[in-house]
Design a protein around this ligand. Sequence first.
Ligand code: NDP
Ligand SMILES: O=C(O)[C@H](O)CS(=O)(=O)O
Length: 480
Amino acid sequence: MKLNDKSLLETRAYIGGEWRDLDDKFDVTNPATGEVIASVSDCSVADVKEAIDLAYTAQKEWAKKTGKERAGILRKWFDLMVEAADDLAAILCAEMGKPLAESKGEILYGASFIEWFSEEAKRVYGDTIPGHQPDKRIIVMKQPIGVVGSITPWNFPNAMIARKVAPALAAGCSFVARPAELTPLSALAMTVLAERAGIPAGVFNVVPNSKAAEAGEELCSNPKVSKITFTGSTRVGQILMRQCSDGIKKMSLELGGNAPFIVFDDADLDAAVEGAMIAKYRNNGQTCVCANRIYVQAGVYDAFAEKLAAATKALKVGNGTEDGVTTGPLINEAALAKVEAHLADAKEKGAKVLTGGSRIKGTFFEPTVLTDVPIEAMVSKEETFGPLAPLIRFESEEEVVALANDSEFGLAGYFYANDLSRVWRVAEALETGMVGVNTGLISTEVAPFGGIKQSGLGREGSKYGMDDFLEIKYVCLGGI
Ligand SMILES: NC(=O)C1=CN([C@@H]2O[C@H](COP(=O)(O)OP(=O)(O)OC[C@H]3O[C@@H](n4cnc5c(N)ncnc54)[C@H](OP(=O)(O)O)[C@@H]3O)[C@@H](O)[C@H]2O)C=CC1
Ligand SMILES: O=C(O)[C@H](O)CS(=O)(=O)O
């Protein structure tokens, strides 16, 4: 790994403003090569508890700073992240496998949340409300929620932390981040820059560890933690909800998805193929908003399938450090096994492979297009989280909206159409938190990201993103 600033490859835990080299360590491997790239300090539950204690103390002073002071420090952090983007991308590519160009895209995407919330920090407005009695005056103020615990996944090891820590610190909260065991290096690298930006000791803590359940249990049960923010599977989100229920702890949950991608017969097919390529194969299909089910209206099914297969064949699979590589490895053997299970099930139920369909080597897998996929196939019911594009034929708008909504998930949905009335009807009818119309890429810091049903609670990014880290206080002044 070539780095301009080698100090960004940090392996120690960051607790109360101290870098701690712990005896216990766990290895981080490169999914493209299987090589160990670093051994990282493995925090115990006692370390997590100490981080929470120090965050609790530090939060009081951090909240006393003005929004403008917090804004200035966050803006400096943003500037440092952009300056170090190439190094941060190299670290992310090495530990997660995302091709370099896409890794850099994630770094800039993560940084955009820090920039956005450095601006929002100055705009935590309250209200005055006309009194309900002559001698009463009413004000509403917003105050930081307190210590925030965060648990994040391996698939966006920089952006998922940035999307949470930025609004939390902007609001005056302090933060204890527990990154995924597979990808702690990106979290630690951004923490090096946070310290350089002047984030005070104890305000931002990072506790890498290899026993997620133990760390999670401490974060969820510790009364000094006021809020848990989680991105990951619905299964784990349910565990965390149960653990937070005793303390009625507030939560933000960004969970699993099963996005429908619908191509109507009045769509611009070339645009629809372009959108499907992004929505399906971004991050090698390992995003929660990936197109998981591709519904194509009968009249354009064959033409779309042919075009999508041609575009899929043009993807270049390989080590993300090599020029021109568009598609890296899957994160691990378990992820590959899930893709192969979905493929085998679909083929058994009658689907045909139009292109791809085989493991290459290690955890590299050919981007695959399947046709004639039946609606009862596993791949249309469960999130594949890999480069498998199942094409399902439909006849009518009513039929496909019912199919699209037949899921316990409701994160993202996409469709291509040009009829204005249809665009309004389908955008309103889809049971998802986010809808892409004639686009396959909807993720941005300026819009509210989040889902409904079992895809989660709350929204991240946008002007709405601060709300999850603030408490509303109503003050009634009497006797006036
Ligand atoms: N809505 C969204 O924005 C996103 C949703 N996801 C969903 O997550 C899944 C894939 O990501 P994946 O990382 O495997 O998801 P997981 O839910 O398995 O893991 C997410 C995080 O939770 C941790 N974790 C696992 N078990 C526990 C536990 N019992 N208590 C506390 N923490 C725990 C993991 O730790 P460790 O990895 O160290 O074991 C990881 O840091 C897919 O379903 C995907 O849709 C993923 C990313 C974004
Ligand atoms: O973890 C994810 O899948 C991200 O939320 C997807 S996105 O924000 O990059 O779209």
